[in-house]
Design a protein around this ligand. Structure first.
Ligand code: GDP
Ligand code: IMO
Ligand code: MG
Length: 427
């Protein structure tokens, strides 16, 4: 039985939450491995509709062990709110474990995310303002506070004393902002610690045991490959790796143990925040997709930028992830269109290129070269068998398979678990 990573293969919001919730019905463990509450995973299932930011989307199966891995940055207040919300709605969180190595988002991270964005002016990244850049910067600078630190109050106070002093210098001297109170932050985080202590532990041993027993283990991605700090549209990127390699690191799994890397793609493209997006549309098709698909951010409510499927970018993310398979979501959104475009190359400074440039100034100058395919103009939302899809829809999927050079496992035609069409098995 496989260890399988479910990865965002575009700019996030591809429908990872739906896919993980569905697959978790057959799994034993789900591990979130990156990001923080910048992620928003919408899940629609028999319990209702949920927007998860930190808790793995496997939580609705009480027999699944859910782990928030070392690679996640946790805002404890948000996590406690999420636990309470699930419990109030009849979902148990007794099966939730938090890696003691996961870093915590602190009040100064939230303040600095806002202040840094403001300082960027017209070049703002359009972050979610959840403290993500600052918390991962502190992790690498060895200035972080980790979940395990909440379990030793004396050591926590000692560490916080030095860090708050340093952060207050930056807040007051660089940004002319108000300083934070050491006592206030300490008391608040001690309370969070008391609440979260039953969940915080060493998690890599559990993971190893499940892998060795041959159980189905899902590594749940956040964000998407084009937001990766190395391979995304840097600096318009996030601050932890949403890639298959990041999955291993952020869960505590040796790369040789990962059996499958499955990329989730929308049948078109969206992006929230700043940065180049070659196939972005500013016409009635974009408006139609946005309204039909309700393309507004789960975390921030911002309107998502919409455009045609970019197969140059899609092939690139398939390659850097080493994808073994793909899921195509939101095919139903395209049901009404008479024809569809796929970007199969770029024109850069008068030359045709087939790769995704690392330099965002070059990417911003890329003009998409489109191939046009007929639409199907048929409602696909209640179709369950691949062969029952209209021929034009199957042709669209086959063309995507060719362009991204990997097989499609699953096609999604609605937010519900059952609105999924298997093409080739994932598990
Ligand atoms: P994630 O961040 O990758 O988990 O994706 P989001 O939850 O932010 O955004 C995906 C949205 O699409 C959610 O509202 C899902 O309920 C919804 N969704 C997922 N798959 C489909 C699909 O095949 N069709 C439709 N219409 N909606 C879908
Ligand atoms: P899920 O898991 C879409 C984007 C932000 C911004 C950039 C940096 O739901 O797919 P950050 O707050 O991370 O410093 O912002 O990354 N971003 C996302 N966009 N889906 C997400 O997560 C995202 N997480 C971050 O909009 O452009
Ligand atoms: Mg999302």
């Amino acid at each position: 039985m496989p260890v399988i990573a479910i990865l965002g293969a575009q700019w996030g919001d591809e429908g990872k939450g739906k896919v993980v919730d569905m697959l978790a019905q057959q799994a034993r463990m789900v591990v979130r491995f990156s990001g923080g509450d910048n992620a928003g995973h919408s899940v629609v299932n028999p319990y209702g509709e949920f927007k998860l930011h930190l808790i793995p989307s496997g939580i609705f199966n009480k027999d699944v062990v859910c782990i928030i891995g070392n690679g996640v940055a946790i805002n404890p207040k948000v996590l406690i709110g999420e636990i309470d919300n699930l419990n109030e709605r009849g979902v148990t969180t007794d099966n939730l474990f938090i890696s003691d190595r996961a870093h915590l988002i602190m009040p100064y991270h939230l303040l600095l995310d806002g202040l840094e964005e403001k300082a960027r002016g017209g070049k703002a990244i359009g972050t979610t303002l959840k403290g993500i850049g600052p918390v991962f910067a502190d992790k690498i600078a060895r200035l972080g506070i980790r979940a395990g630190d909440l379990l030793d109050k004396e050591a926590l106070r000692d560490r916080l004393t030095t860090i708050i002093d340093y952060k207050n210098t930056i807040l007051t001297k660089v940004y002319k902002a108000k300083p934070l109170s050491l006592d206030g932050v300490y008391e608040q985080y001690c309370q969070y610690g008391e609440r979260l202590a039953p969940h915080i532990c060493e998690t890599t041993i559990m993971l190893d045991e499940a892998v060795n027993k041959g159980e189905v283990v899902i590594l749940e991605g956040a964000q998407g490959a084009l937001l990766d700090p190395d391979f995304g549209t840097y600096p318009y990127a996030t601050s932890s790796s949403p890639l298959a390699a990041g999955a291993c690191l952020g869960a505590g799994l040796g790369p040789t143990k990962l059996d499958r890397a499955v990329g989730v793609y929308k049948a078109y493209c969206t992006r929230v925040g700043g940065g180049p997006m070659p196939t972005e549309l500013h016409d009635e098709t974009a408006e139609l997709i946005r309204e039909r698909a309700h393309e507004y951010g789960t975390t921030t409510g911002r309107a998502r930028r919409c455009g045609w499927l970019d197969a140059v970018a899609a092939r690139y993310t398939s390659r850097i992830n080493g994808l073994t398979g793909a899921v195509i979501t939101r095919l139903d959104i395209l049901d009404i269109l008479p024809s569809l475009k796929i970007c199969v190359g770029y024109e850069l400074d008068g030359k045709q290129i087939g790769y995704f440039p690392g330099d965002i100034a070059a990417l911003a100058r890329c003009k998409p070269i489109y191939e046009e395919l007929p639409g199907w103009q048929t409602d696909t939302t209640s179709i369950r068998g691949y062969d029952q899809l209209p021929e034009a829809a199957r042709n669209y999927i086959s063309r995507i398979e060719e362009l991204i050079a990997c097989p499609v496992n699953l096609v999604s035609v609605g937010p519900g678990r059952e609105q999924s069409i298997e093409k080739t098995p994932i598990l």
